[in-house]
Design a protein around this ligand. Structure first.
Ligand SMILES: [Mn+2]
Length: 238
């Protein structure tokens, strides 16, 4: 029995070609009705030209509306970093914003998966941190979320450069990527892909082994566990 996720990236609110918040909310609702267990947004919620003060309220309203029925996980991309979005976002019930700019583990309430996530620290961000993601003993239930240009052939400005081999060697079920706006599957097995802008696709992954879902102490079960301040982890201890 697989776990179904709705995944997208690069909303770029404020840009002329942004698919917009009504698209995000409506499409997420359809995915929820079709059986998705969570929405994952792989960075760049906003465009770097926007005023952060004007974009936060509508963004929070939209994410809150989605999170009423579908847990939301998002990381910050380079455009989000450019305007300091992470510092301006309030906690959202049912949503997890990854403040950490180094890899952390995140769980969503009721979702038998362990997400490995890191946000972008700056615009641009040329750090090579792919190998700071832990190698999983087995892939089941592990999902990477990363805003990256990979090796540089897809985008003129590097963002958290990484190789496909580095990501694949982490031994996860899948990697959901942001930064590249055209949907592109880099590898099929494991799925390493950019869902692209204005696209929300299904991802089906195997759940965590049952023992690690129910038997581990200290699992985060709260619906809101964003921390304030850059670099503080939202990791859940296993
Ligand atoms: Mn980007």
């Amino acid at each position: 029995m697989s776990v179904r996720l709705a995944v997208t990236s690069d909303l770029h609110l404020g840009a002329a070609n942004s698919p917009g918040l009504p698209w995000l909310v409506g499409t997420a609702r359809r995915h929820a009705e079709d059986g998705a267990r969570a929405l994952v947004i792989a960075g760049d919620l906003v465009h770097r030209d926007v005023e952060v003060g004007g974009v936060v309220a509508p963004l929070v309203d939209a994410l809150s509306a989605i999170a009423e029925r579908l847990p939301v996980l998002f990381i910050y991309g380079n455009h989000d970093a450019a305007i300091g979005l992470a510092d301006a976002m309030p906690p959202i019930d049912g949503a997890v914003a990854v403040d950490s700019v180094t890899p952390v583990e995140v769980r969503l309430p009721g979702v038998p998966l362990l997400f490995h996530c890191a946000s972008v620290a700056s615009d641009p961000d040329r750090r090579g941190i792919a190998e700071a993601f832990p190698v999983a003993p087995r892939p089941n239930g592990r999902v990477g979320v990363f805003h990256t240009s990979l090796h540089g052939g897809f985008h003129p400005v590097p963002c958290l450069p990484a190789s496909v081999d580095q990501l694949a060697s982490r031994n996860y079920e899948a990697w959901i990527l942001g930064h590249i706006h055209h949907a592109r599957v880099v590898t099929e097995q494991p799925p390493i892909f950019w869902p692209g802008q204005g696209d929300m696709r299904d991802l089906r992954v195997r759940p965590l082994p049952a023992a690690s879902v129910t038997g581990s102490p200290g699992i985060h079960q709260t619906s809101t566990f964003r921390t304030s301040g850059r670099g503080r982890n939202v990791t859940s201890q296993r």
